[in-house]
Design a protein around this ligand. Structure first.
Ligand code: HEM
Length: 493
């Protein structure tokens, strides 16, 4: 009996040894990294809930390009700092242009839709979505007018608070959601609409879910956790609300599609192209890809810009002298009453610098969105096999001490030259770069500028609590950095 026990123990140890060797064997020639343990991967070095700081810590030991195991199966090459990220995503854009995995969302999106697709599917969806946005006037005056109109609704809603302290989160998210809903579905909703509020809250719940410590654990152990009950059922509930809403809008469009007139929104543009390509066996313009694309647009359009505007408002509360300087510039260049338009951006370098600095400091997507190698690639002397996942740590680019002096400080002047003109910084990459650079970058930048300037033209911003009590540290930090909640008081100017 005792002998049998010893043999079993030996067998288990042997199995663990074989697993360790198999894990640490590098196909091709991978960058260095900590030795993974069987079943755990690099769990000892990377605590879920603090994945990003853990990766930064490892880069101190292994350099700007290293390999880690998220859980037992997921091997990831991590890129840290501006040079490495620029060289890979910018310099070898084609090779680094695949999409990696987001385990928390992959079950729902199933490699469909523009964000999650790869290969030919991604190319067709990216082309179609970009064209639709362009045709709807993004980057042109009409696009700006749509955002300006929503900014006025937001200003009116802020006015309705009559100087009382309020949390601006929901209103900001509704404003940005209305912009993407107008572009995608041709609809805007009153802020009081309860169903719309539920959709916006579901987008917020999704962003919290994917960024939470549990979300990070799931990225490491999805295969083990998927069948078990847990917080992902809550995440699925949020995603379901978004999906049901999006599906209903698509159905409404399908029923009223008129092929004889130009499309008025993204769904129409997709449906018209689908009709044209009906007979093409290689088309990726399918019902599922359309739905998954619009669910992602609804999600991204609701949470990303509103979170950034919210963080910028927090910074302006914390640094009243910056708020004053922006307002002075607005008054000097535009006069007291006129709402800014996109054409004014060039005349407002300090305002532009504040927006850039807020985005830099926030680093909304600190770990970047996982990429994957589209073919076996030589990079800095390593051989990375096709399909290898890559995390370009955008936070480490935006806070790279080799580019940005005292990167943890809020200092808009770093985006100005000696004559006070706006100065571009190559390492300003909150939208990433390369083939899969954020598709909504132009829209997001226009929204940030028009929403923020409209608020500052209309109001002085005050904090009901002492400035020292306002924290700038993210309340949640995972896939997204989510700033803490705070109360705001606005006084008409
Ligand atoms: C401040 C606002 C935003 C930030 C910081 C941001 C950031 C990002 C980042 C880091 C990526 C991943 C790029 C990569 O793979 O390396 C991305 C992708 C994407 N974003 Fe944004 N985003 C913002 C707003 C938006 C908005 C408003 C939309 C809606 C139109 C949008 C739509 C997309 C899409 C569709 C992709 C996937 C692109 C692809 O895979 O081809 N984003 N974004």
């Amino acid at each position: 009996m005792e002998a049998a026990g010893t043999w079993t123990l030996l067998l288990v140890l042997l199995l663990l040894l074989v697993l360790t060797l198999a894990l640490s064997r590098t196909p091709g020639h991978l960058p260095p990294g900590p030795t993974p343990l069987p079943l755990l991967g690099n769990l000892l070095q990377l605590r879920p809930g603090a994945l990003y700081p853990g990766l930064l810590r490892l880069s101190k030991k292994y350099g700007p390009v290293f390999t880690v195991y998220l859980g037992p199966w997921r091997r990831v090459v991590v890129l840290v700092g501006h040079k490495a990220v620029q060289e890979a995503l910018g310099g070898q854009a084609e090779e680094f242009g695949g999409r990696g995995m987001l385990a928390t969302l992959d079950g729902t999106f199933d490699s469909h839709g523009v964000f999650f697709a790869n290969g030919q599917r991604w190319r067709q969806l990216r082309g179609c979505t970009t064209l639709a946005l362009r045709e709807l006037g993004m980057g042109k005056r009409e696009g700006g007018e749509l955002i300006q109109a929503e900014a006025q609704c937001l200003v009116e809603a802020f006015q309705g608070t009559e100087g009382r302290p309020f949390d601006p989160s929901l209103l900001l998210a509704q404003a940005t959601s209305n912009i993407i809903c107008s572009l995608t579905f041709g609809l805007r909703f009153p802020y009081e609409d309860e169903e719309f509020q539920a959709v916006v809250r579901a987008a917020g719940g999704t962003v919290l879910g994917v960024s939470s410590p549990w979300g990070q654990t799931y990225e490491m152990f999805s295969r083990l956790l998927k069948p078990l009950p847990g917080p992902h059922t809550q995440l699925l509930r949020h995603l379901n609300i978004l999906a049901t809403f999006a599906a209903r809008q698509v159905q409404r469009h399908r029923e009223s599609l008129d092929t004889s007139v130009p499309p008025c929104d993204i769904v129409d543009a997709f449906l018209l192209k689908m009709v044209k390509e009906e007979q093409d066996p290689s088309t990726e313009l399918t019902d599922k890809n359309l739905l998954m694309t619009v669910i992602y647009l609804l999600f991204a359009g609701t949470v990303t810009v509103s979170t950034t505007v919210r963080y910028t408002l927090l910074l302006l509360l914390k640094y009243p002298q910056v708020q004053e300087r922006v307002r002075e510039e607005l008054t000097r260049e535009l006069g007291a009453g006129r709402a800014p338009s996109l054409g004014d951006r060039g005349r407002l370098p300090y305002t532009d610098a504040v927006l850039h600095e807020a985005q830099r400091l926030l680093a909304l997507v600190p770990m970047g969105v996982p990429r994957a190698l589209t073919r076996t690639t030589c990079f800095r002397g390593y051989t990375l096999p096709q399909g290898t996942e890559v995390f370009p740590l955008l936070g480490s680019v935006l806070h790279d001490p080799e580019v940005f002096e005292q990167p943890e400080e809020f200092n808009p002047d770093r985006f100005l030259d000696a004559d006070g003109r706006f100065r571009k910084q190559e390492a300003f990459l909150p939208f990433s770069l390369g083939k899969r650079v954020c598709l909504g970058e132009g829209l997001a930048r226009a929204e940030l500028f028009l929403l923020l300037t409209a608020i500052l033209q209309a109001f002085s911003l005050e904090s009901p609590c002492p400035l020292g009590a306002l924290s700038l540290q993210p309340a949640v930090s995972g896939l997204f950095n989510i700033p803490p909640a705070f109360q705001l008081q606005v006084r008409p100017r």
